[in-house]
Design a protein around this ligand. Structure first.
Ligand code: NI
Ligand code: MN
Length: 225
């Protein structure tokens, strides 16, 4: 069984019970993570889309106590190395890499990297035959259509908060280009500036066709088919 757990903001854990990875491990300061202690998170891989504090989060601590592999772009990887992370897999946009769980692809993101000379990214992860696109922080871009052609996207994790990323209207266009089976909104309601109604987004996406929207509350788990 493959399970996706939402910890609020853009933080998700993907696990099959033996292998697990965390996306953008923002725990301390994240209202969705509540009292969760990063020391209690057990994962094999830590994926970081960019170095803004609400994404890099507690990556260094989580890597260290799990001896986990940090996966990010070269520039963010180097930043984490300088902060004491020893096991790092760096790549860059457009590249694919194989892992015991499947493979991943570094995808473009229209956003700042939070580190000099870098680029923010997203990730397409093929995890035990489930295709998950984690868009990261990004504005809408039309090459999402290309990604939808290159990879089978079962689950698309898309920001809808607006202001720093796509808002709900742009995310609806992203859904049309990506052609996923299921959409999970993220990066909303953590702060006042990104307040959105995910159920309105769900109603509008589902009114247009066959794509299902799963609104996850922080702490919710979803079994991936
Ligand atoms: Ni950001
Ligand atoms: Mn952010």
């Amino acid at each position: 069984m493959v399970k996706l757990t939402y910890l609020g903001h853009a933080c998700f854990i993907l696990s099959n019970g033996r292998e697990s990875l965390i996306f953008d491990p923002y725990i301390n300061g994240n209202p969705g993570a509540g009292d969760l202690d990063p020391q209690n998170i057990e994962v094999n891989y830590v994926l970081v889309s960019h170095a803004h504090a609400d994404h890099l989060g507690d990556a260094v601590e989580i890597c260290q106590h799990n001896n986990a592999i940090l996966i990010s772009t070269f520039e963010v990887g180097n930043l984490c190395r300088s902060q004491g992370v020893s096991r790092i897999h760096t790549g860059h946009i457009g590249g694919r890499a194989n892992f015991p769980f499947g493979y991943l692809r570094f995808t473009p993101a229209l956003h700042g990297a939070g580190v000099a000379g870098g680029l923010a990214c997203g990730f397409y992860v093929n995890f035990h035959q489930r295709g998950i696109y984690f868009a990261g922080d990004t504005g809408l871009f039309s090459d999402m259509r290309l990604l939808g052609q290159l990879e089978d996207i079962d689950y698309a994790l898309l920001p809808i908060g607006d202001n720093y990323t796509m808002g709900p209207a742009d995310a609806r266009l992203a859904v049309e280009m990506l052609n996923p089976k299921v959409v999970i909104p993220m990066h909303y309601n953590t702060f006042e500036l990104i307040r959105q109604d995910p159920y309105q987004f769900k109603a509008e996406v589902e009114a247009r066709g066959k794509v299902r929207v799963e609104v996850m509350a922080p702490g919710d788990e979803l079994e991936l088919e």
